[in-house]
Design a protein around this ligand. Sequence first.
Ligand code: PMT
Length: 218
Amino acid sequence: KIQQDFLNKNIVITAGGTQENLDPVRYLTNRSSGKMGYALAKVAQKRGANVTLISGVTKLSPPVGIEVKKVITTADMATTVKIAFEKADIMIMAAAVSDYRVANPAKQKVKKDNDHWLVDLVKNEDILKSLGKLKGKQILVGFAAETENLIANASKKMLAKNLDLLVANDVSRNDIGFGTDENEVTLLQPNQDAIQLKRANKDKIADKILDTILKIKN
Ligand code: PMT
């Protein structure tokens, strides 16, 4: 029997990737399928939580009975996340959020008249960082998608964004991270030893992330 150990807990989870338009036809995005965030939502619901899933573009269908808010751009994600954050007990940012948007998206489809097309990208809000500043009683969980120096880069993010837990994964590998059914993560918490979760199905990884969250006293 599944423990209902998240009963009456409001958990907000972001999943999937954002899209930033270049013109009405083309956009910048990333390789996130949404599987990690959707797994967290499914497992959290099974364990009794009230789950709000804020989802970028994905091919996945949401777990039945879960409220899904669809977003496209990082700006959309920021607005929706901040509203949901107010009522959250736990916030898990598993989405792959674009750090940049196109400064001047073209109003019409860009024609291929020139050999080069130079694009000016401007920085988006770091939503997780903003949440770290807004944080009250919420437990704030972030992810780190790194291709090198995993622990060093992830530790920096955990401290800089005032996180209670950071889930680090090496996205340079093709057997875990983006798009795969399995993941392998390192869990980092302030003043705690790192916890290494060996490669497993994303539902299993989600279960262990939730086990760790349950132990956080803030
Ligand atoms: O969706 P899948 O295909 O299953 O792949 C899973 C995953 C690899 C996407 C997931 O495990 C993961 O690593 N998600 C975080 C991806 C990411 O954007 O990592 P980052 O290191 O660039 O961002 C760090 C954290 O800040 C993340 O929690 C991110 O949600 C958040 N962020 C990032 C940029 C931004 N502008 N605002 C943010 O809030």
